[in-house]
Design a binder for this molecule. Structure first.
Ligand code: COA
Ligand code: AMP
Length: 645
């Protein structure tokens, strides 16, 4: 089928307001918006001002009222515990009402913040929807983050309530969440009034009732027995639905704020037109609700569109083997799978010939979408060959909430260019700019920027930090949102995203800040200064690699210091930082003005061509760094890839 993409994109270009008016018609409004876009509100304008709605209503009540209550909303599949459970829309609604009642009993009202620190279990998703129902603002914190990160989010959001579980399950270990939560609450300046704790069978956590801990399941059961009904609280289209913290250049995470109206309009549009899904289809986003991909396409997008979403607790390999993905697709008749390329690299590494694929009937699968990091062409081609279906790379960020560039399964696919997430979606006018902010010709590398206004669904600001948002995203290129991704657009309008322009790295599809790791390394009492860079890794795309210069009087064993630095990062940021390599060096390479030459160090580590920076203070230091990198297995000529152990 000839793709309708161009026609649709041109229709948006010609009349953006009309395009987004039509998209908003797919949403149920308690009060229709007065305007589609008001450029004078908010930081760069606001979508659908005057409109009143409720996201939970659109996700659940609307479908139940339309007679779809018995349709499957979620299939929970835990490869960790062997559990499989399907929840209909009506069942989810009843669970969500019970949680909303519990939250309400604990004083949660419209606009209050609730932190959700939970593993991939149904209660996590129900809790998000319960917040949306009350007009409360949820902030989900990924389970792989440790106490310090959680405390930073408690302080920034000033959450009234935390919903958590006793533990998460990682292959071979039970991750006790409660001690991390307790530490975080003790550390935070702003304490929550209550922590609602779901006890999992694998580990029961002692509750600190005097600190406001409550048993979540008991509280919910009481509301279920009472049959408490909690109506959806009308919220403005422009009211926040959630805050999702993401890594920036410093240790202080950025609270990306998403609204209700624009978010729903954009996600609803994307479900049909990008992913090609309709009510009743089964969509599996193999990610985590702690990431934006999980928010948009495990929870909100699938429910808004009336599809069935798979909620998977497990890993692509090792739970129990590299056939798990195919087992899930087979069992639940998944139509579209969305995951990060790293998951496919992990599967390919264990099953290069696709022997596990042959063991299952995956004929229901019609498309694979990849995002979260650059999809390397080798992995992409392997997936295409093994699955025999379109493999669609698409590019987006926590800030945008949905794809900036994609291939459109719903509008008909465009020809694929490996290495490109295809073309900009309606709503996104992209330019590639040089460092002075001038557009560069097609095929030229530069800073990819989105012309303002950002489309519905994108962040409206950072939580209570409009100035930080302006400075970080809007100031450098006036009139544009800076994506902080470098790349190019070719003659055919295809976008190529190559690398971040800031200190953010992508590790196993997770976004991490090397700046925040440097802040932690510098906390070690023996460390005088440090640098953390991302080095190429065959499995995870990039992994962090630290360099520390010790204080001059330190005579302790270096191996011990390195171990302590690694532990410090794991304890402060969390295991998700995947910070396992640190090297002790005598000096760090710097410019004459004292800026550490991280970019050059990274090129050397990856065995890429590099030029001696004109501004370098002492070129001899780069030779020292090269030697130490080589001694640690990096900096191989023609590609410095080091296999993850
Ligand atoms: N709670 C607690 N710890 C967690 C966690 C969680 N929710 N998620 C990850 N961790 C831990 C891991 O157990 C690991 O700990 P370890 O150092 O003790 O082994 C560490 O954090 C690093 O995790 P990760 O980088 O994910 O590595 P991994 O070896 O566990 O798994 C992959 C590698 C590729 C299989 C895995 O990253 C994956 O499936 N990625 C899919 C991509 C994805 O979900 N991306 C999200 C955006 S789309
Ligand atoms: P996150 O905010 O965690 O979703 O990470 C967003 C970042 O991941 C982007 O800024 C990119 O650097 C990277 N990214 C996501 N998707 C892609 C993609 N399809 N191709 C290249 N990079 C990507």
């Amino acid at each position: 089928m000839q793709s309708r993409y161009l026609k649709v994109y041109e229709a948006w270009q010609k009349d953006p307001e009309n395009f987004w008016r039509e998209a908003a018609a797919a949403i149920d409004w308690f009060k229709e918006p007065e305007t589609i876009f008001d450029k004078d509100q908010g930081v760069y304008g606001r979508w659908y001002p005057g409109g009143e709605t409720n996201t939970c209503y659109n996700c659940l009540d609307r479908h139940v009222a339309a007679g779809q209550g018995e349709a499957a909303a979620f299939i929970y599949d835990s490869a960790m515990t062997g559990t499989r459970k399907t929840f209909s829309y009506a069942e989810v609604l009843s669970e969500v009402q019970a949680i909303a009642a519990v939250l309400r009993n604990h004083g949660v009202e419209k606009g209050d913040r609730v932190i959700i620190y939970m593993p991939m279990i149904p209660e996590a998703v129900f809790s998000m929807l319960a917040c949306a129902r009350l007009g409360a603002i949820h902030s989900v914190v990924f389970g792989g983050f440790a106490a310090h990160e959680l405390a930073a989010r408690l302080d920034d959001s000033k959450a009234k309530v935390v919903i958590s579980a006793s533990c998460g399950l990682e292959p071979g270990r039970v991750v006790a969440y409660k001690p991390l939560l307790d530490q975080a609450v003790d550390m935070a300046k702003t304490k929550p009034d209550y922590c609602l704790i779901l006890q999992r069978d694998q580990l029961h956590a002692p509750l600190r009732y005097e600190h406001g801990d409550r048993d979540f399941a008991e509280a919910i059961e009481a509301e279920k027995v009472n049959g408490t009904q909690v109506p959806c609280v009308p919220v403005k289209a422009t009211d926040p639905l959630y805050i999702l913290y993401t890594s920036g250049t410093t240790g202080q995470p950025k609270g990306v704020v998403r609204d209700n109206g624009g978010h729903m309009a954009a996600l609803r549009w994307s479900m049909e037109n990008i992913y090609g899904l309709k009510p009743g289809d089964v969509f599996w986003t193999a990610s985590d609700i702690g990431w934006v991909v999980g928010h948009s396409y495990i929870v909100y997008g699938p429910l808004l569109a009336g599809t069935t979403s798979v909620l998977f607790e497990g890993k692509p390999v090792g739970t129990p083997d590299a056939g798990t993905f195919w087992r899930v697709i087979n069992e639940h008749r998944v139509k579209v799978l969305f995951t990060a390329p790293t998951a496919f690299r992990a599967i390919r590494r264990e099953d290069p010939e696709g022997e596990y694929i042959a063991k299952y009937d995956i004929s229901s699968l019609q498309a694979l979408f990849l995002a979260g990091e650059r999809a390397d062409p080798e992995t992409l081609k392997w997936a295409e060959q093994q699955l025999g279906i379109p493999v669609i790379d698409h590019w987006w960020q926590t800030e945008t909430g949905w794809a900036i560039a994609a291939n459109t399964a719903g509008l008909g696919l465009m020809p694929v260019k490996h290495g490109s997430p295809t073309r900009p979606m309606p709503g996104y006018a992209l330019d590639v700019l040089d460092d002075a902010g001038h557009p560069v010709p097609p095929g030229t590398l530069g800073n990819i920027a989105v012309k303002l206004p950002l489309p519905p669904g994108c962040l409206v600001s950072f939580w209570e930090a409009d100035d930080r948002f302006r400075k970080a995203c809007l100031e450098e290129f006036p009139g544009y949102y800076k994506t902080a991704d470098a790349g190019m657009i070719d003659q055919d309008g295809y976008v190529f995203v190559m690398a971040r322009t800031d200190d953010v790295i992508n590790c196993a599809g997770h976004r991490l800040s090397t700046g925040s790791m440097e802040e932690v390394c510098a906390m070690h009492p023996d460390v005088a200064e440090c640098a953390v860079i991302g080095v190429a890794d065959q499995l995870k795309g990039q992994v962090p690699c630290g360099f520390v210069v010790l204080k001059h009087n330190i005579t302790r064993d270096h191996a011990m210091i390195k171990k302590e630095v690694v532990e410090l990062v794991r304890n402060e940021i969390g295991p998700v930082a995947a910070f396992k390599t640190v090297m002790v060096v005598d000096r760090l390479p710097k410019t004459r003005s004292g800026k550490i030459l991280r970019g050059t160090m990274q090129k050397i580590a990856d065995g890429m061509p590099w030029k001696m920076p004109a501004t370098i203070d002492d070129p001899a230091i780069l030779a020292e760094i090269t030697a130490i990198l080589k001694a640690n297995g990096y900096a191989h000529e023609g590609g410095g890839l080091k296999q993850t152990a």
